[in-house]
Write a protein that binds this ligand. Structure first.
Ligand code: R5P
Length: 278
């Protein structure tokens, strides 16, 4: 593998234990001001030092993340549809590789929509993005999207999507946890990372994380289950304990409760900063 690509991948997935805690805050690219992510810098700032990498769009990166903080960036480069639009699967590549290099991205992320109306376009987008990104040694994370018309989250569907993503050259795949997740991981020749999905009770989200790791997932790219928690910092630290320290659910949940009692971490003031970006 190309040295630069391998080095960038090592910023995302720790080469010592093969694990990753990615913090996902890219939701606004199709959801707008999602609950608890209304003012991105307030959500992101307290969590930055606990994630291995940050997944987001260029707009939120430029305006809401301190460039002096050395967090590896997984840049979402696909989009083009919104939650109120006609078809969520109608995405294109919206951010160039040149821009990703300017922003010092460690990896690029885009969604594929297997089984949806625009399946073909999204898969061709992935192939083309891998071609372009590999030219500069940048790895690509394929996100197996399950939009509103794609409710299937079963083993068969997710194995199919993950495998197709890897066949098109994705260097990592992000998907959802499902029953018999070992099959999804074992039939995908590149590392598989799970999204958290909609907000669950904290203990349930830790169970999801634990089960995914036990089934062979390389880590999490988690959003809502961290920053929609009343206690985001204790939550990300508990998730980290499972991913990086092999904690079980009981131990991680105990840590979560202990940290919750230390001090409140949820920011109260919602003020949009005016950061000059260009
Ligand atoms: C979805 O396409 C976005 O890429 C999110 O980053 C992803 O769903 C992970 O976030 P969550 O853990 O909130 O599901």
């Amino acid at each position: 593998m190309d040295w630069g690509l391998k080095n960038r991948l090592a910023r995302i997935i720790n080469p010592i234990n093969g694990r990753a805690v990615m913090l996902a805050v890219d939701h606004g690219y199709f959801l707008g001001p999602t609950e608890s992510l209304e003012v991105p810098h307030l959500t992101v700032k307290p969590l930055l030092k606990y994630c291995d990498s940050l997944m987001l769009t260029r707009g939120v990166l430029r305006t809401s993340v301190d460039a002096n903080f050395p967090v590896p960036i997984v840049l979402r480069v696909s989009g083009g549809s919104s939650i109120i639009g006609e078809d969520l699967s109608n995405e294109k590549i919206t951010t160039s590789v040149k821009e990703a290099i300017r922003l010092n991205a460690s990896a690029l992320a885009m969604s594929i929509f297997v089984g949806a109306k625009y399946e073909h376009n999204s898969l061709v987008n992935l192939g083309n993005l891998v071609n372009d990104a590999e030219e500069f040694g940048i790895p690509v994370l394929a996100v197996t999207a399950v939009g509103k018309e794609l409710k299937k989250r079963d083993t068969r569907y997710l194995s199919l999507s993950c495998r197709i993503a890897a066949e098109f050259g994705a260097h990592m795949v992000k998907t959802y946890y499902c029953e018999n997740f070992e099959k999804v991981v074992n039939t995908c020749p590149v590392p598989v990372i799970i999204a958290g999905g909609p907000k669950l009770e904290e203990r349930q989200a830790l169970e999801l994380t634990y089960n995914a790791i036990k089934s062979g997932a390389s880590g999490v790219d988690m959003g809502r289950n961290i920053w929609q928690s009343k206690y985001p910092v204790p939550m990300i630290r508990a998730v980290r304990a499972i991913v990086h320290e092999n904690s079980n659910v009981a131990k991680a949940y105990d840590l979560f409760k202990k940290l919750c009692n230390e001090k409140p971490t949820k920011p109260k003031k919602l003020i949009q900063p005016k950061i000059q970006t260009k």
